[in-house]
Design a protein around this ligand. Sequence first.
Ligand SMILES: [Zn+2]
Length: 425
Amino acid sequence: MKPKVYLCEENLRALIRGAKKNPATVFVKEHRGEDVFHVLFGDDARQASSETIGKIYLAPSSEKIAQALSEFEALDASKQSVLGAFVEIDGENVRAARARLKRGLDVVECDLHFVPLKSDLYSRSKGLLETDALARKRAMIIGLGSFGSTIAVELAKAGVGNFVLMDFDRLDVSNVARHACGLNDLGRYKTRAVRDLILAKNPFANVETIERDVRECDALADLMDGAHVVICATDNNRSRFLINETALKTGTTVIYGRAFTRAEAGDVFIVNGKIAESDACYNCLVGLHHIEEEISSARQTENLPAYVAPEEREARIQVGLSSDILPICNMMVKLALLELTALDDDSPAMRELRSELTYNYYFWANRREKIFRAFEPFNDAKGLPTILKWHGALIEKNKQCWACGSPELMLEELKKGINGQELPV
Ligand SMILES: [Zn+2]
């Protein structure tokens, strides 16, 4: 097999337009033992291998290319291999291109492949998704744990072009089993490690990372205001309440998702930015449902009541399987894509999905355990809830909600008192 060389077409075009040196020296990532080489530009150059350096020769005729080839063959490759790409150009157009690798005294011909232009990268999704519109959209993801990281990568794969990632945490060994990032990223900010995953899927995405606790971010309202959708994938209600309150002010649509104990189940809640009089906000939902959430990190045990002893806190960390949280991530991605394409995509597939996913609350159970024991077996459904199926519900506004309810109504309720005992309000 000839060595394979990958060169990004968009970068090559930029080089043709602005080449100052000919040949241009570029960085190369070598996958050793596989004879695969990626030519790197910009930020990607950080992954460069020290064993191989790249040179791109631009020439207007085949004679000049032949001249460049003999120049290349005379290079000293005793200490570092040299990869040469020879591009015959006509103005800004590429007429022909080839690549050669020089290792020591050996020169071998390579297979040169172009990584396609932005417009072609997601062309296979066309007809299913309005990829051009998605490229202009901005998704903000708060919390880059197992949920946030998975959702970020899926949205990048769908062609979403702009991201704001917010999390103050770093990747720990205990995260790796469920996180989209692996051991290579240990110790890194989750935001930056996920940014690299997004760019590996969509090198044209703009990714802003913010290593701050959402509760300490003064710019939260501005950031949320600038996003077309916010994914709330944090692991505690304090941050969710703050995001909810901010979204009520900015009018941003927020999708909340979480897993219950050991990911036996999970739910997804969406609050449309243009919240109607009768719609519930996140605070309305939590007032109605007291569910034992999954505790997946030591930090989350801080949310346990003060009477829980330190030795018991560690025992409370019980994470579910990654495969049990994926369905919940998947629903959040679908709802996010519907929201992001709401104004631009009228394809039959999206229109149909939009006409059916009309609830604001979605519920999923993985196992018939504990409170879900009463669920019907999956293979014996009589139209009743079963495991491994989505159930939708329309949660109504709680009129006494302290985030979205009316202050007059809250006061009235207070006046009614507790157990008929009137309070001195
Ligand atoms: Zn509310």
